[in-house]
Design a protein. Structure first.
Ligand code: E4P
Length: 216
C-alpha cells in the first residue's frame, strides 16, 4: 500500500518525505485555504513547491463544477507538473470530465466518494484513483473501512484498474485497517503516519536496553 500525505502544509510534506516512506500528496480546497493559498498564481506556485519536495503523484483539486470549466481548470493544473493528478468531484459533470481527461491522457482522482456505486462510476470513467472518505463515513455511524473492502472486492472481480485511495483517515488504526482490506493507497494526516510508530512496549523496551547498555 502506498502512503500519501493529506495536507498542503509544506513543512509537514517535507517531514513525511524525510521519513522516507512518502509516495505522494493529496490536497483539497479546505487544506489549501488553511495554508492561506489564494488566487491562481499562488495556487500554481504552491503545487510547484509540493512537486519539488515529493517525487510522486500530487492531487490538485478543481474548484469548478461544470464540465467545460472543469476541463479548462484541469488542463491548467495538469500542465504544472507531470506528477499532478487532477482531482474531480463525484458529480455528473465530474464523471464526464474524468472520461474526457482519461481519453486525453490526463490522470484523475475522483473525490468525495461515499458509496460502491460511485466507485464503479469512477472506475468506468477511467479515474486513476478513487477516493472514498472513510472518516466522514464513520462520523455518520457507518463503517468507512467496510466500504473500502467492498470496493476492493468489486474492483478485483471486475478487473477495474482504478486504484483505491482511502481518504479522510483519522488514525493509525484506520491505516492498518485499510491495508488489511486491500486499499492501494492511504492518504493520511502526518499525525496518523507518525502514530504508526507508537507502541508502549517499544518505549519500555528501549528504556531498558539503554539502561542495560550503561553496564556494557
Ligand atoms: C483527500 O483526498 C480528502 O480530501 C481528505 O482526506 C478529506 O479529509 P477530511 O474528511 O479529514 O476533511
Amino acid at each position: 500500500m502506498k502512503f500519501f500525505i493529506d495536507t498542503a502544509n509544506l513543512a509537514q510534506i517535507q517531514e513525511a518525505h524525510d521519513l522516507g516512506v512518502l509516495d505522494g500528496v493529496t490536497t483539497n480546497p479546505s487544506l489549501m485555504a488553511k495554508e492561506g493559498i489564494k488566487g491562481e498564481a499562488a495556487i500554481i506556485k504552491h503545487y510547484e513547491d509540493i512537486c519539488e519536495i515529493v517525487d510522486g503523484d500530487v492531487s490538485a483539486e478543481v474548484l469548478s463544477t461544470d464540465f467545460k470549466s472543469i476541463i479548462e481548470e484541469g488542463k491548467k493544473l495538469a500542465a504544472i507538473h507531470p506528477n499532478i493528478v487532477v482531482k474531480v468531484p463525484m458529480i455528473k459533470d465530474g464523471v464526464k470530465a474524468i472520461k474526457w481527461f482519461t481519453d486525453n491522457g490526463i490522470r484523475t482522482n475522483c473525490t468525495l466518494v461515499f458509496s460502491a456505486g460511485q466507485a464503479i462510476l469512477a472506475a468506468k470513467a477511467g479515474a486513476a484513483y478513487v477516493s472514498p472518505f472513510i472518516g466522514r463515513i464513520d462520523d455518520t455511524n457507518w463503517d468507512g473501512v467496510e466500504l473500502i473492502a467492498q470496493i476492493a472486492q468489486i474492483y478485483s472481480l471486475q478487473g477495474y484498474k482504478t486504484e483505491i485511495l482511502a481518504a479522510s483517515i483519522r488514525s493509525a488504526l484506520h491505516i492498518v485497517k485499510c491495508a488489511e482490506v486491500g486499499a492501494d493507497v492511504c492518504t493520511c494526516p502526518l499525525d496518523s503516519i507518525l502514530g504508526l510508530l507508537k507502541h508502549p512496549l517499544t518505549d519500555i523496551g528501549l528504556a531498558k536496553f539503554l539502561e542495560d547498555a550503561k553496564k556494557m
